[in-house]
Design a protein around this ligand. Structure first.
Ligand SMILES: C[S@@+](CC[C@H](N)C(=O)[O-])C[C@H]1O[C@@H](n2cnc3c(N)ncnc32)[C@H](O)[C@@H]1O
Length: 231
């Protein structure tokens, strides 16, 4: 039972409960005290976040998605200095041998900051790599249990979310979560229309929800399990 109660914490917990009811995961382990404990580690180690659009509610949701799904392999595409990835990775803070986390960004400055951030946290299971996420995922040979997407550039905006997901799809494990930031941001609505269409395809994703919790939004889709019949 959580001892510290914040309105935003209650909201995040309720939203995660609803994801359980909808079948995204079987139980909700979200606890505001655990969230605060991890936040104090970020503060203590001076986790560097020059700017961010990850709001208080979304940081909690990302934290909850990680602890509820417990991915063995997680990939973050477009991590900047690792802010969103840190919340998703928090589940592995005390038990880092059980998971491998890969954070990708095309900016070498961003990757330098992100690597140092996770090094100061002692999270040796988080590997920050300077590479184009589309190319890197295309070469990755292990099943991905959670894919976080937040890539954007001045030229392409968020238009590459769909290409990235198409490349990643065969590499996602059955039941994998795909989490997309900025899914409801007005300025990207045209870029993200094909992505929303793709994740709404029930032949490929059993579950899909776009959480309209702030000005940016968080999309969560779950890859469909393949039904196998015995002969
Ligand atoms: C909105 S920022 C990400 C913010 C980050 N998720 C956070 O929590 O602070 C978008 C990032 O995507 C990166 N990016 C853009 N295209 C990319 C690609 N194809 N592969 C990897 N990173 C990419 C940019 O360099 C930039 O750092």
């Amino acid at each position: 039972m959580s001892t510290s109660i914040t309105t935003v914490g209650v909201l995040a917990e309720k939203l995660l409960d609803q994801l359980v009811e909808k079948g995204f995961f079987s139980r909700n382990f979200y606890n505001e005290d655990d969230y605060e404990l991890f936040r104090s580690q970020l503060v203590k180690t001076n986790f560097h976040v020059p700017q961010t659009s990850i709001t208080r509610v979304v940081s909690r949701l990302l934290f909850g998605l990680g602890i509820n799904h417990l991915p063995k392999n997680m990939v973050g595409a477009g991590i900047y200095t690792g802010h969103a990835l840190s919340w998703l990775s928090a589940f592995s803070f005390f038990d880092r041998e059980k998971s491998s986390i890969y954070g990708l960004d095309i900016s070498s400055d961003a990757i330098d900051y992100a690597s140092n951030n996770f090094k100061r946290l002692g999270m040796t299971n988080v590997h920050c790599i300077k590479e184009n996420a589309l190319d890197w995922i295309n070469k990755f040979e292990q099943p991905i249990d959670l894919l976080f997407i937040d890539i954007d550039t001045n030229e392409k905006g968020k238009a590459e979310y769909t290409d990235l997901l198409e490349i990643a799809y065969p590499r996602l494990s059955e039941g994998a979560l795909v989490v997309a930031h900025d899914i409801n941001e007005n300025k990207f609505s045209k870029d993200l229309q094909p992505y929303i269409q793709l994740t709404s395809d029930k032949t490929r994703f059993s579950h899909n929800i776009n959480l309209d919790v702030d000005a940016y939004g968080l999309g969560i889709a779950k890859k469909k399990f393949i039904r196998r019949f015995e002969v």
